[in-house]
Design a protein around this ligand. Structure first.
Ligand code: FAD
Length: 458
């Protein structure tokens, strides 16, 4: 980037230390967890921004975007960089807009809606909310590090989804304020249904500067691990707890053997050859859950009151996409898929996958509530990677037998499986980022005004 731009950005912020050129920091803040995918590793290794800029408020975001618009400089927003599809990796250099310093929780309203800046860490919000009787409805297993803005921009759900659905569901995100990438960047409020124009758009159509997030009344939770001799028995029991509304739960996760053998810090809770279920359950129901598990043939290998994110072990650290991380530590050939099974035919779907791919797919199930209120078995199966062709064969086969797949091995919003068929994210981009400077290359159906004009004159 022209040194003139660096000097001018420094002048704009009036605090040169928030415009960072140090190559190690620029490299570190240009990366996320894309290396989870052997396919993305090949595509994204070595992609870097040119400068990191750290705004403190929406007014500074406006100033930066005005400058970058005028000078055709790409801007890639970044929360904590824990996304795992390369969402925050800049493809065309330019500014990495690091929002980590916009980290103020403004208030937790009496009606249980938190109002905060995007850089607030989810763990911090959870801790603050619990002090006043609320907690997050759902959160990723990266809760301690991940930011609220990054969760809205690139995440979907996690712990709590079994009870409250994903971020998109049940009006969990009440409103989002974004700054647009126009000659005169505007601060625009998206409320109600309009939040879907911004959610999971990977920062391609506006910079989120303020969030209204609905919470849920806090519960005293306990953690519990149950081991079963067979995957079938474990799945039956986990499904029962997940589906029956009377159980107050935050997490129902099933790992078939040998996945538990990857969890090296907690092997004492993982009897050889057994399938494990991890629960977060209301403490008032813990004894009843344990009794039900024993009646079903299970063995309780760990249980206790959950003191919060400092729990040891912290079971969520092994669930959702953390499971893949443990598998990769055991053997770096492991990678993953993200699936939704049909609750009526899930056993048959699992059987067909096992018959076709054997131990190349290991079942890690996560129960989730869908937007229609029905709890269904989702999964982040651990996959033994050999070639991209074989991976695509698995994805195709899943889709053939009715298993929904959000492909985590693509680096664009549309290909990932959470793109809205009504194109509202693209329509917002056309309005808010006409030059296509926000996280360029990640929304592949977008054509900038100049590209469209060029095509029209040919
Ligand atoms: P980043 O990675 O920094 O950004 C994510 C996307 O949002 C990027 O496209 C970025 O450009 C954009 N963005 C960031 N801030 C803004 C902003 N202010 N305005 C506009 N766009 C912005 N995800 C889940 O949903 N559930 C899980 O359970 C889960 N588990 C994970 C486990 C592991 C081990 C890992 C590595 C990842 C996991 N993820 C999960 C993915 C990721 O951790 C979460 O989605 C997380 O919420 C992302 O937050 P972040 O602050 O790190 O975002």
């Amino acid at each position: 980037m022209d040194p003139k731009h660096i000097a001018e950005l420094r002048l704009l912020l009036g605090e040169p230390s928030r415009v960072i050129l140090n190559p190690q920091i620029v490299e570190q803040l240009s990366r996320d967890f894309y290396w989870y995918s052997p396919v993305l590793r090949r595509q994204l290794d070595g992609k870097l921004g040119e400068v990191v800029v750290q705004p403190l408020g929406a007014d500074e975001v406006q100033k930066i975007l005005r400058y970058c618009y005028a000078n055709d400089i790409p801007v890639t927003p970044r929360g904590a960089g824990t996304g795992n599809y390369g969402q925050a990796v800049p493809l065309q250099g330019g500014v990495v807009l690091d929002l980590a310093r916009m980290e103020r929780i403004e208030k937790i309203q009496g009606d249980g809606v938190a109002v905060c800046q995007p850089g607030v860490r989810l763990g911090e919000l959870e801790n603050e909310a619990r002090k006043v009787g609320w907690e997050l409805r759902c959160y990723p297993s990266t809760i301690i590090k991940a930011s609220v803005g990054g969760f809205l921009g690139g995440g979907s759900g996690g712990i709590g989804t079994v009870a409250h659905g994903n971020l998109r569901d049940f009006q969990t995100v009440r409103a989002i304020e974004v700054v647009t990438m126009e000659p005169e960047p505007r601060v625009v409020l998206h409320e109600g249904e309009a939040v879907h124009e911004i959610l999971h758009a990977w920062g391609t159509n506006g910079i989120i500067t303020r969030i209204w997030l609905a919470l849920t009344p806090a519960v005293e939770w306990s953690q519990c691990i149950v081991a079963f001799g067979t995957f079938g028995a474990a799945f039956d029991f986990s499904e029962k707890i997940a589906v029956e509304p009377r159980w107050v739960k935050r997490l129902v996760t099933v790992f078939e053997w040998p996945i538990p053998s990857f969890f090296t810090p907690i092997l004492q809770h993982a009897p050889q050859g057994h399938t494990l279920i991890f629960f977060m359950i209301a403490s008032t129901q813990l004894a009843e859950l344990e009794a039900a598990a024993r009646d079903a043939g299970g063995m309780v290998t760990h249980s206790g009151v959950y003191p919060g994110l400092n729990a040891r072990p912290l079971l969520s650290d092994y669930t959702w996409n953390h499971t893949t991380l443990w598998a990769m530590r055991a053997d770096e050939a492991y990678t993953y898929l993200q699936c939704g099974f049909n609750p009526d035919t899930v056993r048959d779907q699992i059987r067909q996958l096992r018959e076709r791919f054997g131990q190349e797919i290991l079942f890690h199930m996560e129960f989730m509530k869908g937007g229609d209120g029905r709890v269904f078995p989702g999964a982040i199966p651990v996959v033994y990677y050999t070639t991209e062709e074989r991976l695509n064969e698995m994805i195709d086969f899943c889709r053939e037998i009715g298993v929904w797949v959000a492909n985590p091995h693509v680096n664009n919003v549309e290909g990932g499986g959470r793109y809205r068929p009504d194109n509202v994210q693209l329509l917002a981009k056309l309005r808010y980022d006409p030059k296509g400077l926000l996280n360029p290359g990640k929304m592949v159906t977008f054509r900038s005004e100049s590209e469209t004009a060029g095509a029209n004159t040919k």
